[in-house]
Design a protein around this ligand. Structure first.
Ligand code: FAD
Length: 397
């Protein structure tokens, strides 16, 4: 997740406020204030359950590498020997968010070869989704990869719909890329609405609170990523209105000890349930998985399929010698699950992002030096600092 997303969310506040959509969460509205003539009054809003933020409740810390390309993901066909290889890698911090639309682009290129059996190389978010889209298009698919989805880098993502997070730099946001991105983001967003309400809740809508010590139109600093390039901000420009607006809250409408707060609904991915669903669907549709590590693209010649889709993510850098894939390190931690906590948090200027996943309360903090950093060593002190920041929001817990 990227700090600037929250700045944009805050920017949507004015429109929402003027629509009168404010809803108290912590104050108890009087029935007469809520009831329309002839209707029963709404029940008072539930108070927010406090998060128990203590270092001894951290059950997992992981570090993962985003496959960032300044020019955006590489989605194009190339002839390598006697194989057509459709490249499909480099989705930065948006791989989950763009996966369905991006898969449509790659599968279109694979279909153009006329082959009915294809290989997908890689089984992260991009590989498994590409395989599913190819199956739905009538293709027989074998996945060849070093690791299946639960062992891949994708499994360590935060789990938010952030379709323009580190997807390309501002200078590469050309009209052609913007059109491609709009297709990828919209198609993925629509697909995700179809996964709501399924067993295990692979995808859910959850409210998030954006908190700030200074007005939203002022910089808050301290985001931990000031040494990164200027990324393209596409959602606010191109997807206006695709998801509900955020709303500003006054002090009576939230319990947090900060002067400024807003609330907005966001899509979250419960990655363990969603990954299982994708793997099960792939196998049920007749797909097969073959454990295989490729050291060179020349080894693609060993495969029986003549058309391949290369979804190796950050692995493409070593496999193809493609140095346009830049590693952007990211560390997340999970606190013990609290099913009663159904909201996320982002505290501007305090380097804190919290997602209420079913497998635990995910706590994320950026670090200076994460950009162009392939080091996956866990820095526990960063997690403990983020948990300590979170605890400040719940002084009574
Ligand atoms: C901390 C963090 C938080 C994130 N949060 C979000 C988020 O909230 N929302 C979002 O949309 N995105 C998020 N992302 C980004 C997202 O995780 C990536 O864009 C996505 O995981 C990329 O998926 P992928 O399938 O391309 O790569 P990977 O998950 O790395 O999968 C690559 C696959 O290829 C295989 N492979 C690689 N090399 C070889 C080889 N040589 N031979 C055989 N197999 C090979 C691997 O085994 C694996 O199966 C986050 C990333 C990080 C680091």
């Amino acid at each position: 997740m990227h700090r600037r997303h929250f700045l944009r969310s805050a920017g949507a506040l004015a429109a929402a406020a003027s629509s009168g959509a404010l809803l108290a969460q912590t104050s108890t509205p009087t029935p007469s204030a809520n009831a329309l003539p002839g209707q029963l009054p709404f029940a008072p809003a539930r108070p927010l359950a406090p998060i128990i933020a203590r270092a001894d409740r951290v059950v997992a810390v992981t570090v993962c590498t985003r496959p960032f390309r300044a020019q955006g993901p590489r989605i194009e066909a190339e002839r390598i020997g006697r194989r057509t290889v459709v490249h499909q890698y480099g989705h930065g911090g948006s791989g989950w968010s763009l996966s369905w639309g991006s898969a449509q682009q790659a599968v279109r290129l694979a279909l153009a070869t006329g082959e009915t059996e294809i290989a997908v190389i890689g089984c992260g978010a991009i590989g498994i989704t590409t395989a599913r889209v190819a199956q739905d298009a009538g293709l027989k698919v074998r996945i060849y990869a070093k690791e299946t989805l639960p062992m891949s880098r994708s499994f360590m993502a935060t789990g938010q719909w952030t379709p323009d997070s580190r997807i390309c730099t501002a200078e590469h946001a050309t009209p052609a890329f913007e059109a491609l991105w709009t297709q990828m983001a919209s198609a993925s967003f629509q697909q995700y609405q179809r996964f709501l309400g399924l067993p295990g809740d692979p995808i859910e809508w959850r409210n998030s609170y954006v908190l700030s010590d200074v007005p939203f139109n002022q910089p808050a600093g301290g985001g931990g990523e000031d040494d990164e390039p200027d990324y393209a901000e596409l959602e606010s420009k191109l997807l206006h209105g695709i998801r509900p607006h955020g709303v500003p809250l006054d002090a009576s409408q939230h319990p947090f000890p900060v002067p400024y707060a807003s609330r907005y609904p966001g899509l979250i991915f419960n990655i363990s349930a969603y990954a299982k669903m994708l793997m099960d669907d792939f196998l049920q549709a007749g797909g097969t998985f073959h454990a295989r590590e490729f050291e060179s693209p020349r080894q693609f010649a060993d495969l029986r399929e003549k058309t391949l889709i290369n979804c190796t993510g950050y692995g493409a850098r070593a496999l193809l010698g493609d140095e346009s894939v830049i590693p952007v390190r990211g560390q997340t931690a999970r606190l013990l699950p609290q099913p009663e906590v159904d909201y996320g948090l982002y505290w501007r200027g305090h380097n804190l992002n919290v997602v209420p996943r079913r497998d635990g309360i995910l706590v994320q903090a950026q670090q200076p030096g994460d950009y162009n950093n392939a080091d996956t060593t866990i820095d526990r002190a960063v997690t403990d600092a983020a948990v300590a920041q979170l605890a400040k929001l719940f002084p009574a817990a």
